[in-house]
Ligand binder design. Structure first.
Ligand code: PEP
Ligand code: MG
Length: 762
């Protein structure tokens, strides 16, 4: 007899318990006990006679029974099957759930004598999936025929999705622990570090700790007092360094047009400074060994910079150190490329500026481990744009890792393996290959996105760097929903001029010709500090002189930018200019007036420009929710920036890991405010979209569609998966789901309700 559908509460309790258990596991890493508790709990909640977990063993290439409630406990570790063998093996191989009402009639069923399972007729098996592959199977069985229903399948899938990454972590942790011997060095103590993924991907490379040194730490490797080099060797090394930097820069400006060719400005300036090269030459002429002379003069520069109270000037000490290192290495005739900082390394750093990341990209850095920081910080966003895996960790010890320690980063999960074993490496390389294969499939996008019941949803791209345009086009983005115009500002050593910005925007319009493009005006301040600006140190930068406030205070910077946008968008039919962080109607009107003033200036100069831009704003501050109807009369469009909206509504710093548990997109006030904003905007016929990170999280997509969102802008790499998910959603169901969430005041209950829908869209 089929079970009644009224067991929902039990399922939901189960889901809560499993997530608690997963948290426990990450701390304890006692996998056997953990799995045993899971099977017992699932069996009780789903009213099953049996619950078992099978893990895939990559050595024997078999699925092995690891825990069971209901089967013979002695069969744990003994029951083994090949992928494809029996219902469990078939589930693993097909990577999809199999539900059988009567195993007697199932060709896939295979009876294992040791298990003593002959009484159980109903069988439901679900893969434990890690990305696209199955790492094991969880199954439930019952004596009655046709016992499991649709709700059980959803519940078991949700359990499986929560279990998979914990089980995977535990498995790797355990395999590491089994080979641990007590040794003293940091790399041996730290074998596995769990961090938070800020930019996905995989990397395996030697480590390099990038301390904000401001000293001569690295230069001290060159302690040879009698190197045998002479003045012409020095001149040759300087020349080689100059052309090396020039070459990297040229390569880089084609890769990243908005950085122009200025990332090594400080290096060039120092090379040209008579106090540097000439001083070293003079020392050499007076008998000092060339290597010592370089170290000495570089040392003086370094002390000069480090003693400067302005952090961004003190930072320059790193540039001097980098430059001196390059010169020293270039004394050797044979090693032209080794002089590149962080070449093919995984960088471990405590603090990085966006411009540091650019320099690292020029040396083909493989990954970054950031000690401290938060996943929605702009270093993270930049790393994603540049496709550099980035994991944020709290372990300060990482900064003491010995140079060139092999590190493996699984940045999809936030896992770091130090000195990984051969097995771990092979496993990840195989997985990486799978990821590459998936990437190749992503070009198979439909040009228009519709829900299951045919409702059109616009998919747009968030663009930070111009390089991302090509993938956005490949994935058929309908336009640019958010161009974060501050990136050219952040990655350069000075304010870009109007012309330089014009060239960047022109590139954007040329690449996306005919499509809607939304350029957000400068959104700096907060954690996006411009190293070169005289932005005062603020006690609470996130609440300070940032974003539109900065633009309105520095009108010349704002006008330069607006004129550059208007000119570059001259021929565009759908140019949209968007202001970030708007808090009041007056502020919006003041900013809009600056656009009108710029148009007048361009008219006066008889320069061509776009006379009809749409002017809109981001919804990022709770202050605008109550005024949304009034804003609807002024703004041409809205875009909801959920990253900041959540930060400000819940008073939780989006970059602070210590409070990340408080950063809850599913907080009832967030959900209700979003709903109110979208409803009002739609009633007033004002275009509204969402461009924060919430959009690509499967947990919230159904809700967002349910409250009426029909336009989404995301990092281009999420476009494909988002389209697939939208195609599985029915708007009627989404509306019901949204209503259900909106009526629920408890955080925990909302979380549980959300978790129960994720399984449906994957
Ligand atoms: C947001 O706040 O959600 C947003 C899209 O802007 P940013 O992440 O650049 O602050
Ligand atoms: Mg924002």
């Amino acid at each position: 007899m089929k079970k009644q559908l009224g067991k929902k509460n039990d399922h939901l309790n189960l889901l809560c318990d499993v997530s608690n258990l997963a948290n426990l596991l990450t701390r304890s890493a006692d996998m056997d006990a953990f799995l045993q508790r899971v099977v017992e709990m699932v069996a009780v909640h789903l009213d099953a006679d049996v619950c078992s977990i099978y893990m895939y063993d990559e050595d024997s290439l078999e699925l092995v029974l690891k825990a069971t409630k209901g089967l013979n406990p002695d069969s744990v570790g003994k029951i083994r099957m090949k992928p494809g063998e029996g219902i469990v093996g078939a589930t693993h191989k097909k990577v999809m759930p199999i539900c059988v009402g009567d195993v007697g009639n199932s060709p896939e069923f295979k009876y294992f004598k040791e298990a003593e399972e002959d009484r159980f007729t109903s069988f439901l098996a679900v893969p434990l999936q890690r990305g696209v592959e199955s790492i094991g199977v969880i199954s439930i069985q019952h004596e009655e025929k046709e016992y499991f229903n649709e709700t059980d399948i959803i519940a078991l899938r949700t359990v499986a999705s929560q279990l998979a990454s914990s089980v995977e972590n535990a498995r790797l942790l355990l395999s590491l622990h089994s080979v641990v011997e007590k040794r003293k060095s940091v790399s041996e103590q730290l074998q596995f570090v769990k961090g938070e993924s800020a930019s996905g991907g995989f990397a395996f490379a030697p480590s390099m700790v990038m301390k904000k040194r401001g000293g001569l730490l690295l230069l001290n490797q060159f302690l040879d007092e009698n190197s045998g080099y002479n003045l012409s060797d020095f001149r040759r090394a300087v020349k080689k360094t100059g052309s090396q930097l020039q070459r990297i820069q040229n390569d880089f400006s084609t890769q990243l047009p908005e950085s122009a060719s200025l990332i090594f400005t400080a290096h060039f300036m120092i090379l040209k400074d008579p106090g540097f090269v000439k001083k070293i030459e003079s020392d050499i002429q007076h008998g000092t060994d060339p290597i010592t002379a370089v170290r000495k003069i570089a040392g003086q520069y370094i002390s000069l910079f480090t003693s400067n109270p302005h952090p961004y000037i003190a930072e320059k000490a790193n540039d001097v150190e980098d430059l001196a290192l390059r010169i020293l290495k270039n004394f050797q005739r044979e090693s032209p490329n080794e002089a590149e900082l962080g070449k093919k390394k995984i960088i471990i750093a405590e603090k990085l500026f966006p411009s540091d990341i650019l320099k690292l990209v020029t040396s083909d850095v493989k990954g970054i481990v950031l000690v401290g920081g938060g996943v929605t910080s702009h270093i993270s966003i930049l790393s994603r744009s540049l496709k550099i895996p980035l994991i944020i960790v709290e372990e300060m010890q990482m900064l003491q890792l010995q140079e060139s320690t092999p590190i493996l980063m699984d940045a999809d999960l936030g896992n770091i393996y130090i000195n990984p074993s051969k097995e771990v490496i092979e496993k990840f390389e195989k997985r990486n290959q799978l990821r590459e294969d998936v990437k190749c499939n992503t070009i198979k996008m439909d040009s228009v996105t519709r829900t299951k019941d045919g409702i059109r949803v616009g998919l747009f791209a968030n663009i930070n760097l111009l390089t991302e345009l090509s993938i956005a086009k490949q994935l058929k983005a309908e336009g640019v929903g958010l161009y974060r115009s501050e990136f050219p500002f952040l990655i350069r050593p000075t304010f870009p001029s109007e012309t330089e910005q014009y060239l960047v925007y022109q590139h954007l319009f040329n690449e996306m010709r005919g499509k809607e493009i939304t350029i957000r005006t400068l959104d700096v301040g907060g954690e996006k500090t411009l190293a070169y600006s005289d932005m005062a140190e603020e006690q609470n930068p996130e609440l300070g002189m940032r974003s539109i406030r900065f633009s309105l205070k520095h009108k010349e910077v704002f006008e330069n930018q607006l004129r550059a946008i208007l000119r570059a968008g001259f021929e565009s039919e759908s140019l949209r200019i968007m202001f970030p962080m708007i808090s009041s109607l007056d502020e919006f009107c003041e900013a809009r007036q600056v656009i009108y003033d710029c148009m007048q200036q361009l008219s006066d100069k008889k320069l061509p420009y776009n006379r009809n831009p749409e002017i809109g704003m981001m919804i990022e501050l709770p202050a605008v929710v109550e005024l949304i109807e009034d804003f609807s009369k002024e703004a041409d469009f809205f875009s909801i920036g959920t990253n900041d909206f959540i930060q400000y509504m819940l008073a939780v710093d989006r970059t602070n890991r210590m409070v990340s548990d408080y950063y809850c997109p599913f907080h009832p006030s967030i959900l209700r405010s979003l709903s109110k904003v979208v409803k009002t905007a739609r009633q007033c016929k004002v275009d509204i979209s969402v461009c924060g990170e919430m959009t690509h999280d499967p947990a919230y997509l159904t809700f967002l569609l349910g409250i009426g969102i029909r336009k989404i802008s995301v990092d281009p790499k999420f476009l494909y998966i988002l389209q697939k998910r939208i195609q599985k959603i029915d708007i009627d169901d989404a509306e019901k789901h949204a209503d259900q969430l909106l009526s629920e005041p408890s955080l925990q209950k909302i979380k549980t309700l959300i978790e129960s829908t994720i399984g449906k869209i994957g």
